[in-house]
Design a protein around this ligand. Structure first.
Ligand code: NAI
Length: 779
């Protein structure tokens, strides 16, 4: 045993291990676990082991859920859905409150169980995960109480299938279950195969508080069980996990009308400007990438540092990194615990081998015996190196430099992902400029990995769509007020007009033109079809590409106008529509023109009012939930009501600052092409609206397959909807498919359209000195 004098010299800590006795007793008493269906545990079926990754020792046997198990759970959830959905919000709130209280009382037990199953340090499960779980249920008890008045006309979706990963097992469960229940849905949840234990302990809590049978069902198993849940008749799938699996789920749900939210991978930038507080930024790295062994979807794993301070930053970073303690997860002084499973450790090591093979230098990051990897970073790493492009999902960052803020933004956005970002600068101007320009759903300024139940979380691009937390998260579990659905007549087949018909035989081209980039354009290839007694251009993939480019070019000016500027343009457009009514004669009814004018006025009114919010998430932080336009939107209009329907979709989209490539009614395209002329003389900048006529399904598919498109609205049904949503599953472009309705009536306008025209970016800004315990996530 060392003497006190020696300890003072070495500063070695003795072990301080959290007692796991109660958890081990609990596991021993249960032995093997069945599923939790209709309020009780089933008899275990075929089982597999879940292990403590820090020792490899088996903790329990878990049932591998079959299709039959999933079907049984979905039926139980369906039976419970009516009663739970009809229950007064206050009564649901009391259940959520009871769950929160019980978790709070069992905090120590759940933290130890989580740490045993997942390998994360007890300090994290005890100080971060479980308190956030409790917070989530309290927060959503509140939403249940006030849902009827806050979301008038909205209804629960029904049964929600929820699939979660292993990095935050109980926290991800809370993120999914709490809003679903608050909104009046019932759930079937599948935890990750590596970490099912806290979900099963949660099932016991549901039974303990007397939650009605079938409201929460837990089916354990691997990806096959997950796939069975995706294929089951549920009303929504909420998934958190890898981008590849997320893409497969989007593919499977295409055309089904079932809701989907995806929270996928990330490779988030961590930008350190020259004027940053470097010590604080280094602490931010600890919070952001080394926290939870780097197994965090929003980890700021790409460190980008200003060249002028790079050397100093790296010295500080390395010094701090070398002090981090890798060790037994239950030891209270462990900083870095075990990787969740040997499979994941191998995955990390193979990416590191690829990265160093491609020329990067690894500092630290040594693999230890068992599931342990020391913290590290890759330097001298080229932009195409797999280590900087792929999600490593381990305690290894990359370190690169930049010279100017513009270069920092370019590098930050040089990824397929867009989940989160952390930016560090002591200048408010610089920090907020970066926060605005980084493409991500969450931005932390001078902090990292701060979460709260009230702050929407979720990504853009390959990081998925949908938000968890706060008002946005609730809306993702609610159905918008119902509308009377009017069938949209499917378009007639297009038969290209013989080329000779394109002119009048005397060299005059009678073909109407596409409208791209503010100008009339002949379609690529020059083909046309006959509709409304006119030769209508048949747009091609190339025309779509040109239109998307034009839209991208038009965005800057349009967004630069701001809400007030855009409102003025929309009023002017309304004025011109009124003046040029007669031009629409024969192409759209008087009611349609009236409706078009109404849309302009309505959304001009909202252009400077449909705002985000500053939310009271945590003391010591300004938390701003910003409404951002998607960017370039593809709008595939219905076949009926050729002017009114197009305007009902187009105007809210552009009012919010998007640029649109619209595919108008296939059978009656002349109203849209006439509209193009009115747009051209109404100060709508070039590229903000582009109109490509032709086969709706093909053009919609081309839009959905184009990486430059950021969101799609489409009203096609059946095969058209399937084709467009399938194409969008590959690109992960979010698709909104509103039901066909009376496009001249009140159901054709409202906040639902505005909400679909924006996405949120949550920006966290610490202000003042932070009271202890309210800062960044870790410690
Ligand atoms: P994964 O995406 O395979 O697993 C996540 C969940 O989906 C688990 O519950 C799994 O059983 C389930 N699942 C797997 N295949 C499915 C299918 N075909 N249909 C329905 N559900 C299915 O992720 P995995 O293999 O655990 O980790 C692989 C990589 O994914 C990690 O290295 C990391 O890069 C990323 N990842 C990202 C997460 C995030 O929080 N965004 C979480 C976990 C992993």
């Amino acid at each position: 045993m060392p003497s006190i004098g020696e300890i003072m010299e070495s500063m070695e800590y003795g072990p301080s291990t959290e007692d796991a006795g109660a958890v081990r007793d609990w596991l021993a008493a249960r032995g093997s676990f069945g599923h939790f269906i209709a309020g009780r545990f089933t008899k275990p079926g075929e089982t597999f082991a879940t292990r403590d990754p820090s020792t490899g020792v088996e903790l329990a046997q878990i049932s591998q859920g079959t299709e039959r198990d999933v079907a049984k759970a979905v039926r139980a959830a369906r039976r419970a859905a009516r009663g739970w959905g009809a229950m007064a919000g206050h009564d649901r709130a009391r259940f959520l409150y009871a769950i929160a209280r019980t978790i709070q009382k069992r905090e120590r037990f759940l933290s130890v169980l989580e740490t045993l199953d997942n390998g994360k340090p007890i300090r994290e499960s005890r100080d971060i995960d479980v308190p956030l779980v409790v917070r989530h249920f309290y927060h959503h008890a509140g939403w249940a109480e006030i849902a009827a008045s806050e979301f008038p006309g909205h209804a629960p979706l029904g049964v929600c299938g929820q699939i979660i990963p292993w990095n935050f097992p109980l926290l991800m469960l809370a993120w999914k279950v709490a809003p679903a229940l608050a909104a009046g849905n019932t759930v079937v949840l599948k935890p990750a195969e590596f970490t099912p234990l806290t979900a099963l302990a949660f099932a016991e809590i549901c039974a303990h508080v007397g939650l009605p049978a079938g409201v929460v069902n837990i089916v354990t198993g691997d990806g096959e069980t997950g796939a069975a849940l995706v294929a089951a008749p549920v009303d929504k799938i909420a998934f958190t996990g890898s981008t590849e699996v997320g893409r497969g789920i989007a593919r499977a749900l295409a055309g089904t009308g079932r809701k989907l939210t995806l929270e996928l991978g990330g490779k988030s930038p961590f930008v350190v400007m020259a004027d940053a507080d470097l010590d604080a930024a280094v602490e931010g790295v600890v919070d952001s990438i080394w926290f939870n062994q780097g197994q965090v979807c929003c980890a700021g794993s790409r460190i980008l540092v200003a060249e002028s301070v790079a050397e100093r930053f790296e010295t500080l970073l390395r010094r701090r990194m070398e002090k981090l303690r890798v060790g037994p997860p239950l030891d209270k002084s462990t900083d870095i615990g075990a990787i969740v499973d040997p499979v994941q450790k191998d995955r990390i090591l193979s990416i590191l081998a690829e990265a160093t093979g491609a020329g990067a230098e690894l500092v630290g990051g040594a693999a230890r015996q068992g599931c342990f990897i020391e913290p590290g970073y890759l330097k001298n790493i080229a932009p195409a190196n797999p280590g900087i492009r792929q999600e490593i999902f381990g305690p290894i960052a990359t370190l690169s430099t930049f010279r100017t803020p513009d270069e920092a933004v370019d590098l930050a956005n040089n990824t397929v992902y867009g989940l989160a970002a952390s930016v560090w600068s002591e200048s408010a101007t610089v920090a907020t400029d970066l926060a605005g320009r980084v493409k991500a759903g969450v931005v932390w300024v001078n902090c990292a990995n701060v979460f709260d139940a009230s702050a929407p979380f979720g990504g853009v691009r390959d990081s998925g769509y949908g938000r968890e937390g706060g008002r946005e998260g609730m809306l993702d579990y609610l159905a918008a007020p119902a509308v009377d659905i009017l069938r949209d007549p499917p378009p007639a087949a297009i038969s290209p007009a013989p080329q000779g018909q394109a002119g009048d035989g005397e060299g005059i081209d009678r073909t109407v033109k596409l409208y791209i980039g503010g100008a009339q354009k002949r379609p690529d290839g020059g083909a046309s079809y006959l509709a409304q007694d006119e030769l209508i251009p048949i747009g091609s993939r190339k025309d779509i590409r040109n239109a998307v480019e034009a839209a991208q070019a038009g965005l800057g000016k349009w967004q630069g106008l701001g809400g007030h500027g855009r409102a003025q343009v929309l009023y002017f457009l309304a004025e011109n529509l009124a003046l040029r009514r007669s031009e629409f004669a024969g192409y759209a009814s008087g009611d349609e023109v009236e409706a078009a004018i109404r849309r302009c006025f309505f959304y001009a009114g909202f252009a400077d009012k449909f705002d985000g919010a500053s939310i009271a998430a945590k003391p010591g932080h300004l938390t701003h939930v910003q409404h951002e336009p998607h960017g370039v939107m593809g709008v595939v209009a219905p076949n009926a009501a050729p002017l009114a329907a197009l305007m009902a979709l187009l105007i809210p989209a552009i009012a919010m600052g998007n640029a649109v490539v619209a595919v108008p009614s296939q059978d009656q395209p002349m109203a849209a092409l006439t509209l193009a002329q009115v747009l051209a003389c109404s100060d709508v900048p070039a590229g903000v609206v582009n109109i490509v006529t032709g086969p709706r399904e093909d053009l919609g598919r081309a839009l959905a397959g184009h990486d430059g498109v950021n969101a799609i609205w489409q009203v096609g049904q059946g095969e058209t909807r399937l084709a467009i949503e399938r194409a969008a599953a590959e690109t992960l472009i979010p698709v909104w498919s509103p039901e066909p309705r009376d496009w001249t009536g009140p159901a054709a306008q409202g906040r639902g359209f505005l909400r679909a025209a924006v996405r949120t970016k949550t920006i966290w800004l610490p202000f003042g000195a932070l009271p202890a315990g309210t800062g960044s996530a870790a410690y």
